[in-house]
Design a protein around this ligand. Structure first.
Ligand SMILES: [Zn+2]
Length: 66
């Protein structure tokens, strides 16, 4: 399997990620059972770097919200 068109056919099988219960992003891996964004399922704390996971933006528009 290469990178080209034939491999794209697998894209629509089982969805690997679903909406995360903690951060709300579509990054929760169903088989690995952890969130790629916040680390939910892997660690009790938010995945580093912490500035990615701020629920409120502290620095105006630059902050990552949610
Ligand atoms: Zn998450």
């Amino acid at each position: 399997m290469g990178k080209g068109t034939p491999s794209k056919g697998k894209k629509n099988k089982a969805a690997s990620h679903k909406t995360c219960r903690r951060c709300g992003k579509h990054s929760y891996h169903r088989r690995k059972r952890y969130c790629a964004s916040c680390g939910f399922g892997k660690s009790a704390k938010l995945r580093k770097p912490s500035w990615r996971n701020r629920y409120k933006a502290f620095n105006g528009n630059k902050g990552f919200y949610r």
